[in-house]
Design a protein around this ligand. Sequence first.
Ligand SMILES: Nc1ncnc2c1ncn2[C@@H]1O[C@H](COP(=O)(O)OP(=O)(O)O)[C@@H](O)[C@H]1O
Ligand SMILES: Nc1ccn([C@H]2C[C@H](O)[C@@H](COP(=O)(O)OP(=O)(O)O)O2)c(=O)n1
Length: 230
Amino acid sequence: MEYGAPTAKPVIVAIDGPSGTGKSSTSKAVAAQLGLSYLDTGAQYRAITWWMVTNGIDLEDPTAIAAVAGKPEIISGTDPAAPTITVDGVDVAGPIRTQEVTSKVSAVSAVPEVRTRITELQRSLAVGTENGIVVEGRDIGTTVLPDADLKIFLTASPEARAARRSGELKGADVNATREALIKRDAADSSRKTSPLAKAGDAVEVDTTELTLAQVIECVVTLVEEKRAGK
Ligand SMILES: Nc1ncnc2c1ncn2[C@@H]1O[C@H](COP(=O)(O)OP(=O)(O)O)[C@@H](O)[C@H]1O
Ligand SMILES: Nc1ccn([C@H]2C[C@H](O)[C@@H](COP(=O)(O)OP(=O)(O)O)O2)c(=O)n1
């Protein structure tokens, strides 16, 4: 048996794209399959938004948001089999998915002080992993981890994304869901600080006509090719 053989360098994978393209489902499955950690950065922006709503911060006022951006302690658990998120010790995995938080998260996440704070958290989580990590969001490949080993940008038609989301929301109206998605993507893409954007060196995968299993297989293959030095 060979002792002291060098272990593979941790691999960092950035997965970005608009809402409903399959980032969370794909990232979790790829991380689980390859023994990597997993970070849902949208959950962190939702968590800080939940804290602002709960504490009655005026979300129409970016200065008020900026003033308290450093206050909540946000902790993300990065096991893809059981990702967790707490704010000041409270499990907020459920409350961060409410319609209220979803409708306010773009305003909060557009504030530069919020992004600086959350970006620091993300970078500190990404460096400390044993085998590597899959980090999903909007600005991971462009801003948070510009040196990631592999960058993926997922897309899908607005119709496919709305159908997927309204399926999740148990029969919510597809047209209303589509309009809400388009509005949030426009806000996330047009903000000044690190907007939703494809990095120049990202691989774009259009998932409209693919099953989730096909998308997972495609990303796993790309990670394995990177690891093999291809
Ligand atoms: N390729 C796909 N085909 C069909 N449904 C999908 C596909 N990818 C994801 N889904 C489903 O769409 C919904 C949204 O996926 P999710 O991973 O949460 O997207 P995102 O993180 O990009 O918002 C989930 O219910 C998921 O199971
Ligand atoms: N890296 C990130 C991740 C999410 N955000 C913001 C913008 C998004 O509308 C919200 C919520 O992200 P999330 O990934 O939970 O959104 P969906 O799963 O698509 O509903 O957070 C961001 O600004 N930067």
